[in-house]
Design a protein around this ligand. Structure first.
Ligand SMILES: Nc1ccn([C@@H]2O[C@H](COP(=O)(O)OP(=O)(O)OP(=O)(O)O)[C@@H](O)[C@H]2O)c(=O)n1
Length: 368
């Protein structure tokens, strides 16, 4: 049996990028032979094994034939007769279909190196259309490698349009789609992912509410990139997609995308930032009310998220003022007042009074 390094590891090595994980393809072996050598089978749908020591993935060379709808709708043929060239042919992009043998020799029947040099994302063959996830994968690679100048080749773009028009995207599970979205957010320019998906009609198919938002507030994509470039967390980056959206719409977006909690929190922070007049006001009373409404005293996380969004979107002066106000106001505690002999409901009243006083001093200084 012959073993080859394939996929992302070979591609990233050729691009002089850090190689995360390594995938291997095995030609000329049966599952029984693999298990005899200590490999552990893991693939539910495909014959994939984990190496006993490195735990890297070793997949038996296979071909796939689509004979139904959706992700499950194809037959996998894995046998010792399947050649390396056949296995590479069923892969998505030529830059992902280069293999390397144990001597370091590259096997590149579909000219992946040429496409790497020309910075082109090109489908290996018509087999591209067999997995609708490839529409999202290609958009994700376009976003990830945009800074190197990569573009999607015209014929491949056409295939992305065809898959989208066929309705096949509707068969993707939410989990697989979300994996691609999160990976796309790690790019320096995640906007490329959304622009490309919008161009082929996939945003409309997958997330109709977001499609409307991109039409009404195209600027949100610039903020998204800015958040990525400032190394914001992924949920914070994602929140910027709601930039400029009306509150009702933002809520619809959260609901429609059925987002993880952390993502919902940051979209909520954006919603808050965009709908609160107190945020841009420099009046001490309003700032105080704002802290109460946000419950910034006990749960500063949402407040912090709001302030960070403000900083990013250039309301730096107000953000600074709010941050300092909260810090100063929180430096006075109920315990101190009790120690001074204040009792019962008076504590709360006095606490609010002192906090407001501190904020007022700060606001007055800022306005001078
Ligand atoms: N829908 C898919 C998923 C994967 N592959 C092939 O399987 C390889 C490994 O897939 P994966 O680990 O998901 O992606 P990588 O290309 O390694 O990219 P990343 O760096 O994002 O992990 C890919 O390079 C590609 O050859 C494919 O053709 N079609």
């Amino acid at each position: 049996m012959q073993v080859y390094l394939v996929g992302g590891a070979v591609r990233d090595e050729l691009l002089n990028l850090f190689v995360k994980d390594r995938d291997w393809v095995v030609v000329g072996a049966t599952p029984e032979q693999m298990e005899k050598q200590g490999f552990r089978p893991v693939g539910k749908d495909f014959p994939v094994f984990l190496h006993p020591q490195t735990h890297e993935e070793y997949a038996l060379a296979r071909t796939e034939r689509k004979d139904g709808k959706g992700y499950k709708g194809f037959t996998v043929i894995a046998s010792p007769e399947v050649t390396l060239e056949e296995d590479l042919l069923r892969r998505d992009l030529t830059i992902n279909a280069i293999a390397k043998d144990s001597t370091g020799q590259l096997i590149d029947p579909y000219k992946g190196q040429e496409d790497l040099n020309n910075k082109l994302l090109r489908a290996v063959s018509d087999a591209f259309n067999e997995d609708p996830l490839r529409v999202l994968r290609t958009a994700r690679f376009a976003a990830r490698f945009a800074y190197l100048g990569f573009k999607v080749e015209a014929g491949t773009l056409e295939k992305m349009c065809q898959i989208t028009a066929s309705g096949e995207l509707g068969y993707l599970t939410a989990e697989r789609v979300w994996v691609e979205v999160e990976k796309a957010l790690t790019a320096q320019t995640p906007s490329v992912f959304y622009k490309l998906l919008a161009k082929v009609g996939a945003v409309e198919k997958l997330w109709p509410v977001l499609a409307k938002q991109l039409t009404n507030n195209p600027d949100c994509l610039n903020w998204l990139d800015k958040a990525a470039q400032q190394a914001f967390s992924l949920p914070k980056r994602f929140a910027l997609l709601g930039w400029g959206a009306k509150p009702v719409f933002l809520e619809e977006l959260v609901e429609h995308l059925s987002l993880p909690k952390e993502y919902q929190k940051h979209l909520k922070a954006l919603l808050f930032m965009q709908s609160e007049p107190g945020l841009t006001s420099l009046k001490a009373e309003e700032i105080m009310q704002l802290f109460d409404r946000l419950d910034a005293w006990r749960q500063p996380e949402l407040f912090n998220a709001v302030v960070e969004l403000m900083e990013l979107t250039q309301a730096t002066h107000q953000a600074e003022l709010l941050k300092n106000s909260l810090q100063l106001a929180r430096s006075i505690s109920a315990k101190d007042l009790v120690a001074q002999g204040i009792k019962g409901p008076e504590v709360g009243v006095e606490l609010a009074k002192l906090r407001l006083k501190k904020i007022r001093e700060l606001v007055n200084n800022a306005n001078q």
